[in-house]
Structures are given as C-alpha cells and as structure tokens.
Ligand binder design. Structure first.
Ligand code: HEC
Length: 194
C-alpha cells in the first residue's frame, strides 16, 4: 500500500483512511442526476398553464368525466322498483317528493297531478308505461319532443327518486277537474306493506 501513503488523510491506532475519490463516471452520473432532477422539477412539477402536469391531469379527468356523463345520459341509474314503491309509503320521502313536485312539476301536471299541459298523473292510464321503473325513466329522460323536460341531470338523485315515489302515491286520488285518461291502462304495482 506504499503507493497510497501520500493519500492518507487520517490515521488512528494504525487504521489509515485514504482519500479515494469516486471514479469520474460515477461523479458524472451523480451530477447529471442532480441537473436532471432540477430541470425536471422546473419543466414538469413547477410549470403551470398548458402542458403542465396539472393541465394534463385535468384534461384527462375531464375526458373521463365526459365519457361517464355520456354513458349515464344513455343509461340513467334506475333505482330498484322496490325502493321507489317503498318511498310511496315513506312520509319523509313523500315530503321531499311533494315539495319537489310543487316546484318543478305542478306547473304542467297540476298541483294535484290532475294534468294541465302534461297528462294526468293520478289515473291508471299512461302514454309511456305505468310501471314505476317506466315512470322513473319518463321523469329522468323526459320526452323532450313532446314537451316533457328531462329531469335526470336537473335534480339530485335523492330528489328524483322521491318525486317518482310521490307520483306513485298520487295513483287513484281522482282530483277534481282531472284531464281525461290518455294512453294505455296499467294496473299499479302494489305498494309494500308498512
Ligand atoms: C314544461 C311542462 C312539464 C313539466 C315542467 C313537467 N312535465 Fe311531465 N310531461 C309533460 C308533457 C307535455 C308530457 C306528455 C309527453 C308526451 O305526450 O309524450 C309529460 C309526461 C310525463 C310523464 C309520462 C306520463 C305518461 O302518461 O306516460 C310523467 C311520469 C311525467 N311527465 C312526470 C313529470 C314530473 C314528475 C315532473 C316534475 C319533475 C314533470 N313531469 C314536469 C310536461 C311537463
């Protein structure tokens, strides 16, 4: 080890510490990675505006959300018939449904569902099917060409469900001055026992 004697930088109890610099190639990788990290930080993590990581992330999530919305518009999440029918017996659901009905539906279907511009919702005749799931789809998707707006995106799911349960609770109430029955007869599905 004599050729390294001049490189001894420290000696204690016969143990010698040499000054052994790291090989050049390793130092090159070391400095290179520091420079790369600094450049990476500036170009990607700290950059903002178009082309930044955040903008890329937002563009991708926007694309995904748009695809989900297209799917949901074509396939509204239909609550189970059991849930909708049970709601027609649930005072809490009916209260929410009634207030939503008064706000969004009464202007066309009458305050008591007797029909006005829109058909009578209290009789057992239906233009688009009277099963609770069909009524849900009528309300969620609407019949825009016939003047019935789609409500699926216009109200939160809980209110949409509640208003359909409320419509079911109007079955057979025969309010005065109701519009004549339209469409096909449908025997209402029984409500669950309470
Ligand atoms: C702007 C007026 C208007 C509003 C507001 C409106 N509707 Fe309608 N609705 C109509 C018309 C018109 C029809 C009939 C569509 C047709 O002839 O195909 C209809 C049809 C329906 C049907 C299908 C009836 C059947 O015989 O099959 C249901 C159920 C219904 N509406 C429920 C609702 C509910 C619940 C709301 C409130 C969330 C509502 N509508 C708000 C105008 C309206």
């Amino acid at each position: 080890m004599a050729e390294f004697e001049d490189k001894v930088i420290h000696e204690l109890d016969g143990i010698k510490e040499y000054d052994n610099p790291m090989p050049g190639w390793l130092m090159a990788i070391w400095w290179g990675s520091i420079l790369f990290a600094a450049a990476y930080l500036v170009f990607y993590a700290l950059a903002f505006g178009e082309g930044s990581m955040e903008a890329e992330y937002r563009a991708e999530t926007d694309r995904a959300l748009a695809a989900i919305q297209v799917y949901l518009d074509a396939n509204p999440l239909v609550p189970s018939p059991e849930e909708l029918l049970a709601g027609a017996r649930d005072p809490v659901v009916l209260e929410l449904g009634a207030s939503r009905y008064a706000r969004s539906c009464a202007s066309c279907h009458g305050a008591e569902g007797q029909g006005l511009i829109g058909p009578n919702l209290t009789d057992d005749h239906w233009l688009h099917g009277g099963s609770i799931s069909e009524v849900f789809l009528s309300v969620a998707k609407g019949w825009p060409a016939k003047g019935m707006p789609p409500w699926g995106r216009a109200m939160p799911p809980a209110e949409l469900t509640a208003v359909v349960s409320y419509v079911r609770s109007l079955q057979g109430t025969h309010p005065a001055g109701g519009r004549a029955p339209e469409g096909q007869p449908f025997t209402p599905e029984p409500l669950p026992e309470t």
